[in-house]
Design a protein around this ligand. Sequence first.
Ligand SMILES: [Zn+2]
Length: 321
Amino acid sequence: MNRRLLTAIVTTVLCLTTFMLVIVRDRLVAAQGVETLTQPTMAPLVKPAVSSPGLASNACAVQPDKGSVKMRQKAMLERRARLLSSGSVSLSRFRQELDVASQSAEGGAKATTDYVPREEMALIDPTNYGDRFLNDINGNPANLEPLVVLHETVGSASSAINLFKAFHLNDDDQVSYHTLVKRNGTVVYLVPPDKRAFGAGNSSFVGVNGLEAVRTSSALSASVNNFAYHISLETPYDGNHNGYTHSGYTQAQYQSLAWLVANTGVAEGRITTHKGVDRSRSRIDPRSFSDKTFFALLRAQPKTTTIAIRCTDPSLLPTQP
Ligand SMILES: [Zn+2]
């Protein structure tokens, strides 16, 4: 009888332990969100350097704030409150309408397609993005040429957007892309192009003049975020894992991506991937991406600069009357 009781107790304890372990594991998985392939993207806290830096502004911030974590968080919360009260935003905040003046003179690229995707906006929490800076944390100029960085969501587009809409006070939790391309080709604008999305912490790009990265926080590594435009492709259903491959992206996604990148005016040599810029060598997205399909479609698109990645030097802005 005692033996039976003992066996029953041991079995119950084992069951409870297993149950608790499963719950902890599931909570960890649920907390990870987009790109579960590796550690969370690190991002700086920022403080605007201009007096009215709402979503309507396209001015650069002069230099990152060097204050304590508490001071930077306080500044960020004030900035967040201002942005949230700044009202609604129009599509033109993300992409200008095409006009003759914005046509790129670069090689006079001829349009062989009139493809235009469906476009949406999803405003995300201001804690998940910041300003682009004119100078790095040491005051050195940080005016590098824009760079396009491609990603994939790993999870669904909606789960990624929900993560970006969540309030994140701590640096390590803040994450965003500028734009996301759904499976059906819909382009979803998240962060205005002259703002800084937190897409690739601890990253660098090898340009024609050498290694490019900008450090904007004493607490975090240098990264390409200050001059990057981050675009993410929604991963197919069979790619929701940490494996190296999946079934790839839809033709509509490639077409929309080509249209989007063509409108940034960024040269082919400055289009890269998260895998290509990641210094930890643990990021491998976008997986199962066809360069051949993408670049063929890109070359068929008319190039414009209607998505203006650059922000304006505040000293060059017209002074208020
Ligand atoms: Zn990525």
